[in-house]
Design a protein around this ligand. Structure first.
Ligand code: PEP
Ligand code: MG
Length: 528
């Protein structure tokens, strides 16, 4: 059987399927039915714990190094007497069903850890992870989240949230296949960042049983269970790039910068000879935190990243939280339409101190760093927001300040907005979804959600023209910049630099080398 989807990160891979476990919903708080045996119900709890711990220990036995240690430690937590006894007590004394009792007992432990703060608070997430594994075992479901198999596998999921993928080990995962998600979704971004072949929109892929040997061809966009290949990555290699910008056929140089979300990404970017960092997604540094990271902690993280790029630009984007990238420490009231609600820079209205502390941390980390540190704000729509962000950044001593252009409003008024700041970066992922009114996570809207749509190209052109009027450099850091086909178009439209996952840099450099800026411009006119 061959299931078709949309290839969003190139390459091929063969291996056994591991289906991602669904998140576990909170159990209902009904009491045990009349006549039900509470002693027998209480006994289900240690039985589930034994089952979960045994499975984790089996995986630990097959894994190596740190992975094995984490699995063994999780197995131990699953049998923690404090958790199990508290839950059993609730079943016996209050006739609470086992799932609800485990939920309540785990919440109490997690809450006390959070109240202690510091490294204890971080352990609350581990307690909730174990709780969810125990609840899944009580229900007879597969454990939630990324599977813990010891051998490399093809991961199939309904969808992947940024937080799900935080613990994804690229050495374990051969390829990603999801049922939902579009080419600009965070699943696609993550896959390209890790160099994993990936397909989104693969309806029916959740029916493939665990363990089935499959072949994933992300170049053509399909996954097939008619595979006899040995588990392996069949990735394609790219031509080398040695830095200094892509040199167009007319000699123009276009800096090729990197999109990064971690210290490891920054190291990979430096190794790929990126000409700097064009987008540091700071929300990815702290996405698993339930508490705001302290200023010293932020300073340490930023400094490690800045150190990778002495004398090079490093563009730090302030936290872009909300909508598809929720951050637990920046809560938003329930909204009917989160993509049009409190997200990106707007979050500063709800949590102004968080932005100011982040800017202070960036400024402190930049002191004494050799990198040319700049800041940009996400999801800017008005001149007032731009001026406010510039003022806040300058107040802590950051000199080069700019904005993301990722809404039609910002693209259309870029001349005014960019006259008020020093640098701009076009986020084509969001600019496309807001221009075409097509959610970037929905694979069925992939055609509408394409940067090559004339309306999107017209807005990119407008943004670049406004930047030229204002005399402000304007890069592109959306996924379009990583596409060798589109990169030329973006340069033709007036982009002065491109920022992408480091793995895409060599192919983009090679594609740009074949054309002059004039040829790129001519192509744009035929596309518009
Ligand atoms: C974009 O929207 O193009 C962008 C780069 O930001 P993100 O993908 O993080 O929303
Ligand atoms: Mg964006």
């Amino acid at each position: 059987m061959r299931i078709r989807g949309i290839g969003v990160s190139p390459g091929r891979a063969a291996g056994p399927v591991r289906q991602m476990g669904e998140p576990v919903p909170a159990p209902s708080d009904d009491a045990l039915p009349e006549g039900a045996d509470s002693a027998a119900e209480a006994e289900r709890i240690p039985a589930a714990a034994r089952e979960v711990a045994a499975e984790l220990r089996r995986s630990a036995g097959r894994a190596a190094g740190e992975g094995a240690e984490i699995l063994a430690a999780t197995a131990q937590m699953a049998e923690d007497p404090a958790l199990l006894q508290a839950a059993q007590e609730l079943v016996r004394t209050r006739r609470t069903p086992a799932p609800r009792a485990l939920w309540a007992a785990a919440e109490q432990i997690a809450g006390s850890l959070e109240a202690l703060g510091g490294p204890f608070a971080e352990r609350a997430a581990d307690v909730r992870d174990v709780r969810d594994r125990l609840l899944a075992a009580l229900r007879g479901d597969r454990p939630p989240g990324i599977p813990t198999a010891a051998e490399p596998f093809v991961l199939i999921a309904q969808d992947l949230a940024p937080a799900d993928t935080a613990g994804l080990d690229p050495a374990q995962v051969l390829a990603l296949v999801t049922v939902v998600g579009g080419p600009q979704s965070h699943t696609a971004i993550l896959a390209r960042r890790l160099g994993l072949p990936a397909i989104v929109g693969a309806a029916g892929a959740r029916e493939i049983p665990d363990g089935t040997a499959v072949l994933v061809d992300a170049d053509e966009g399909w996954v097939s269970d008619e595979s006899t290949a040995q588990p392996r990555a069949l990735r394609t290699s790219a031509p080398p790039y040695s830095g200094g910008g892509a040199v167009l056929a007319d000699g123009t140089r276009v800096p090729l910068l990197a999109n990064v979300g971690s210290v490891q990404d920054a190291e990979a970017a430096a190794a790929a000879h990126a000409d700097g960092i064009g987008l540091l997604r700071t929300e990815f540094l702290f996405q698993d935190r339930t508490r705001e990271p302290s200023i010293p902690e932020q300073v340490r993280a930023y400094r490690e990243i800045f150190a990778q790029f002495p004398d090079r630009p490093v563009v730090v984007r302030t936290l872009d939280a909300g909508a598809d990238k929720p951050l637990p420490f920046l809560p938003v009231p329930a909204e009917p339409n989160p993509d049009l609600g409190m997200r990106g820079y707007r979050m500063a209205q709800l949590h102004p101190g968080v932005l100011d502390r982040q800017l202070a941390a960036i400024a402190r980390a930049a002191q004494g760093a050799a990198a040319q540190v700049q800041v940009i704000a996400p999801m800017i729509t008005t001149l007032a927001e731009t001026e406010e962000f510039v003022a806040r950044s300058r107040a802590v001593g950051i000199e080069r300040v700019g904005i993301m252009i990722e809404t039609p409003a910002a693209a259309l008024t870029s001349a005014q907005l960019l006259a008020a700041c020093d640098v701009a970066s076009i986020g084509t992922n969001d600019l496309t979804q807001y221009t075409m009114a097509a959610d970037r996570r929905i694979s069925g809207l992939a055609e509408l959600g394409s940067v090559a749509q004339p309306a999107v190209l017209a807005l990119i052109a407008a943004a670049c023209e406004g930047a030229a009027v204002a005399g402000t450099p304007i890069g592109v850091c959306g996924e379009a910049a990583a596409d060798p086909e589109l990169a030329g178009l973006l340069v033709g439209l007036g982009a002065t630099s491109l920022s992408m996952t480091p793995r895409a840099i060599p192919a983009v450099a090679a594609a740009l080398a074949g054309q002059t800026r004039q040829q790129a411009r001519d192509r744009v006119h035929s596309d518009l």
